[in-house]
Ligand binder design. Structure first.
Ligand code: ATP
Length: 217
């Protein structure tokens, strides 16, 4: 059977248990062979804050995924050493997996902002996508075009994922398999205040790494 892989783009500054839960749930629910975290060199649509060095973000992702066989980290965007837009990265990643099915993954907040991305309709039409629910964010379809809307398969409410077997059409799957409330911004705020109220939201190895290298102070 054709292999299935997913790529989950983000800043991961730092990776938290919300991100990890997305990976683990989708591996199970979409029967994925590999789930890659794809740290951005610098998220182009989030210009307001310069992220922590890519080396540190990559190291934290590696520590967090080391014991899960299907979870992995891709250095693809960091290697390019320049701001990348998803519309440019996507075809190159698909080329790396020419005999596999590739899904791109995003959370509900990214979905809401999707029409601020460069060539967002192109992004949505050239690949399969999985949109995951995130506590505190609604998933609406008002902001996308009809061409995008007709590709949506809403799996919320316990529907199982079988549509894959039929045809090569690009689809946008909406799933509520993930319900984990965590946010990197809130974690950074806690850390800079010197108290980690939301400690349970960080993998232990990542918390240790942050302490060792005195990040987010
Ligand atoms: P911030 O709190 O600063 O927005 P973040 O926690 O969203 O940061 P990012 O690296 O910006 O972290 O997110 C990468 C991707 O992960 C985005 O698509 C985002 O929607 C998704 N995501 C982050 N946290 C969750 C969560 N708890 N549940 C589902 N998706 C999430």
């Amino acid at each position: 059977m054709i292999k299935r892989v997913a790529y989950f783009g983000g800043t991961f500054d730092p990776i938290h248990n919300g991100h990890l839960t997305v990976g683990r749930s989708l591996v199970k629910n979409f029967d994925l062979d590999r789930f890659y975290f794809l740290p951005a060199f610098h998220a182009p649509h989030k210009p307001d804050r310069i992220p922590t060095s890519g080396y540190h973000r990559f190291a934290m992702l590696s520590l967090a995924t080391q014991n899960d066989e299907q979870l992995a980290v891709s250095d693809f965007e960091l290697q390019t050493q320049e701001k990348r837009y998803t519309i440019n990265t996507l075809p190159e990643i698909q080329r790396l997996h020419s005999n596999e099915k590739v899904f791109f993954v995003m959370g509900a907040d990214s979905w809401t902002d999707i029409n601020t991305w460069r060539d967002w309709e192109g992004v949505l039409l050239v690949s399969d996508h999985i949109i995951v629910t995130r506590p505190g964010y609604e998933i609406s379809f008002d902001h996308v075009t009809d061409a995008v809307r007709e590709r949506i398969i809403d799996l919320r409410g316990g529907k199982t994922f079988q549509a894959l077997a039929s045809g090569n059409e690009r689809r946008i799957y909406i799933t509520d398999a993930v319900r984990y409330d965590a946010s990197a911004t809130e974690l950074r705020e806690d850390l800079s205040d010197g108290e980690l109220a939301r400690k349970d939201d960080l993998p232990v190895e990542v918390a240790k790494y942050i302490e060792k290298y005195e990040l987010y102070r």
